[in-house]
Design a protein around this ligand. Sequence first.
Ligand code: ADP
Length: 470
Amino acid sequence: MPLRRERARDGRLAWCRGEMFDPVLIANRGEVAVRVIRACRELGIGTVAVYSTADADSEHVRMADLAVCIGPPQPAESYLNIASVIAAATTTGCGAVHPGWGFLAEHASFARACEDNGLVFIGPTPEAIEVMGDKIRARSVMSAAGVPVVPGSPGPVDLSAAAAFAEEVGYPVLLKATAGGGGRGMRLVEDASTLADAYTVAAGEAEAAFSSADLYIEKALLKARHVEVQVVCDGAGAVATFGERDCSVQRRHQKLIEEAPSPGVSAAMRASLEETARGACLEIGYRGAGTLEFLAVPGDAFFFIEMNTRLQVEHPVTELITGVDLVHAQLAIAAGEGLPAELGSRRGHALEVRINAEDPARNFMPTPGTIERFRPPLGPGVRVDTHIVDGYVVPPFYDSLLAKVIVHAADRQRALERAVRALNELEIVGVPTTREFAIEVLQHPQFASGNYTTQFLELHGPELVAPSSA
Ligand code: ADP
């Protein structure tokens, strides 16, 4: 059945209206679901939320037109339960499913289950998810497409092969889970004496997280920046690139602060990054929104590390500098509308700060509990993406992200000042958060200089002894 396009009463083109597409089921929770519901609302598309019993009182449940309980709190029994999510979509007459990011967004079997049940999966093909979800396959596909990749083993390695590789390319090296994600199953190995232990720990972590203990090994590039290119493709030869984001401020390989454009990327390097990303997407016939992640080293060289076949947490910084709503773009592509006509010129600088329910004074331990008071920052150039409200109870079952404070200003210096102003205005009372820690990062001379690498927090974290704000 073809997709229908309709004019809304006000003459606006209402994308995706029609039997197949309206409503859309949002297979996610928290700020992710809220973000997607907002985009659907703007386009006049109905929404169906799913929720676990722990989230019955959540903002995404309130905001959606309809909400379906899909199980108990444990993710495996609710948000990761493909049969329950599909049943929620089909029994409510949904035409499409938006996976958000996290949970099932990068499960090829979920994309396939959607297709098998006549639901449009708002994302790439299951095949693309599969290939990019296997880091070894992704590296070989990218390499074949002419993309420079970090030197690494061509396949999974056992301990002796890992040792041989490390001797050949030299320490430090990085052990990575082939099915990895979220920094899990990843261990930096500085020298031969710690390789065996690191291998055992990484393999155990990989087995626990991904049900596969397979590891491969890469040269570790330590004086590098994490730079990633946002792409949106229609799957039929049109590829748009939206510049880069810098996500080098990381704790245990988890991003904390992101900015666009990267202060370490020259115009020439940007052109080269975008051309490389475009070529790779054309080569693999990619469809939908995605991100190619690179490590950039001094001398303007960059190496592919992985591709995320979904939207990312930090997509708003790109939206703020380009003026493009990436969730709208995803919906349009899934509806067969192609790329946005207005791709947006880039302007100014954007910064995103993740505010987590974690206690920096206690090694960033998660701090579930009740938000007694929440006052988001307001004023010029400030956007807050969040699902929390006064009285919200942060459950212990999911990730600890409470809110993203995103700012836009004419240049980096003003964006920094605005971010600090906004974070000072932000009030979250009830649970310790990373708010004050983030302020210290923003004000650190090394971060302020723009000259920092993925090692920033390892090197300077101990100086940032801000008490958590509760
Ligand atoms: P995940 O999928 O678990 O997020 P990635 O492969 O994207 O893992 O890597 C996460 C982070 O780990 C990167 O942003 C970077 O900081 C660091 N990293 C990854 N590969 C390397 C490498 N070869 N050398 C140094 N750091 C790396």
